[in-house]
Design a protein around this ligand. Structure first.
Ligand code: PLP
Length: 416
């Protein structure tokens, strides 16, 4: 760091101020976490210098002996962690992993049946501004109005009507467990590939805290930087029969040279996830998410579906008469980082939204427990209902002081 500081003080300064920002607020973005110094060391290493198009033992470049070892470790650890036949650890991101899955199983114009974005899906699940919505015929299912959980009868009806090439399960704002058996049965009924995008919850699977999609799905894609707590990136696990197709779709169809520094960092992370400490972490993430959802619910900020089985909850702010964007701004000014989120059947536009999404991965990494979640629920409720988004507002200042006091006992990246 001293070298960077001397050479490029502007960027060095940003590194420091971003660390300060991560330390100064309560981080509740459900898709974020605080990866370990070991993972970061692998990411910031000389493996970044190496070109390694291809796969271990079958590269298009010389000098790959060392990076081959890293990739083999990452693949073997991923297979062991998830009980998978095959793993590809090269996708640069979750979106890249998803692009490769489309590339493996669908041609432009083919039909894919996936969860709609406004009910909790993801951009890459056929949303019209994404490549997936432009190149494929996306048909979307949603949640049931009463239960607010996935409407499996609708999934089945749409599958029979549209006979999709791919049935896709997963999303970015789904608080409940997905019924993989039911989805598999529907896919089988219409001869579709069953794909699970487990980006959000794969860390809970790795920690053996929730059921795994791997035995049920043809293919499972995921990001490595959410609950999983690894480097920013993506990965795919699949059944043996699809292994060659998936590998060809990642490289050379969708990507060039893999980021071998991140591949090594994925290996470090997969080993971390195979420990009892990580399994305890995954269980604590869920307990904390449930406590936070419950605490907000008790204060009139209703959890969609009544709660959560995972690391995140989605909340309807209509009961307190505040929009998602205002809640996000007010929390931000009070030192609490979360995001506005559309809720199912939202009367507001997506950039306003009637909800917020909160997640427990980061605060759990910092060592907080359910008691702190109740305190955080109180802080959020006060920020949302009694402040105005101005950081100088008296109420915002008072909440920030409490945030600082709380974080003093649970620091992010504590000094060794
Ligand atoms: N799939 C899901 C369900 C996600 O939630 C995300 C990211 O939030 C992605 C894919 C895309 O991942 P990335 O941002 O790494 O491209």
């Amino acid at each position: 760091f001293a070298q960077l500081l001397e050479q490029d003080p502007e960027i060095a300064g940003i590194l420091v101020s971003e660390l300060d920002r991560q330390r100064a607020g309560i981080q509740l973005i459900a898709s974020e976490n605080q990866t370990s110094p070991a993972v970061m060391t692998a990411m910031g290493s000389t493996l970044s210098n190496k070109y390694a198009e291809g796969y271990p033992g079958r590269r298009y470049y010389g000098g790959c002996a060392e990076v081959d070892k890293a990739e083999i470790l990452a693949v073997d650890r991923a297979k062991a962690l998830f009980g998978a036949d095959h793993a590809n650890v090269q996708p640069h991101s979750g979106a890249s992993a998803n692009m490769a899955v489309y590339g493996a199983f669908a041609k432009p114009g083919d039909t894919v049946l996936a969860m709609s974005l406004d009910h909790g899906g993801h951009l890459t699940h056929g949303f019209k501004v994404s490549f997936s919505g432009k190149w494929f015929n996306a048909v979307h299912y949603g949640v049931d109005k009463q239960t607010e959980d996935i409407d499996y009868d609708q999934v089945e009806a749409l599958a029979k009507e549209h006979r999709p090439k791919i049935l896709l399960a997963g999303g970015s704002a789904i608080p409940r467990l997905i019924d993989f058996e039911r989805m598999r049965a529907i896919a089988d009924e219409v001869g579709a590939i069953f794909w699970v995008d487990a980006a959000h919850f794969i860390g809970l699977v790795a920690g053996q805290a929730i059921p795994s999609p791997v035995p049920h799905a043809d293919v499972v894609s995921f990001t490595t930087h959410k609950v999983l707590r690894g480097p920013r990136g993506g990965a795919i696990v699949c059944k043996e029969e699809h292994a060659a197709k998936i590998d060809r779709a990642v490289f050379p169809m969708m990507q060039g040279g893999p980021l071998m520094n991140n591949v090594a960092a994925k290996a470090v992370n997969f080993a971390e996830c195979a420990t009892p400490a990580y399994q305890d972490y995954a269980k604590a993430v869920i307990a904390n998410a449930q406590a936070l959802a419950g605490g907000l619910g008790e204060r009139g900020i209703r959890p969609i579906t009544g709660g959560t089985d995972t690391h995140l909850s989605l909340h309807d702010l209509q009961g307190v008469g505040v929009t998602g964007i205002d809640a996000e701004t007010r929390c931000d000014a009070a030192g609490i980082v979360l995001n506005k989120n559309a809720i199912p059947f939202d009367p507001e536009k997506p950039n306003v939204a009637s909800g917020i999404r909160v997640g427990s991965p980061s605060v759990t990494t910092q060592g907080m427990g359910t008691e702190q979640m109740d305190q955080i629920a109180d802080l959020i409720h006060r920020a949302v209902t009694t402040t105005d988004g101005d950081p100088e507002h008296e109420g915002a200042r008072a909440i920030r002081a409490e945030v600082t006091e709380l974080l003093a006992s649970f620091p992010a990246y504590p000094a060794p």
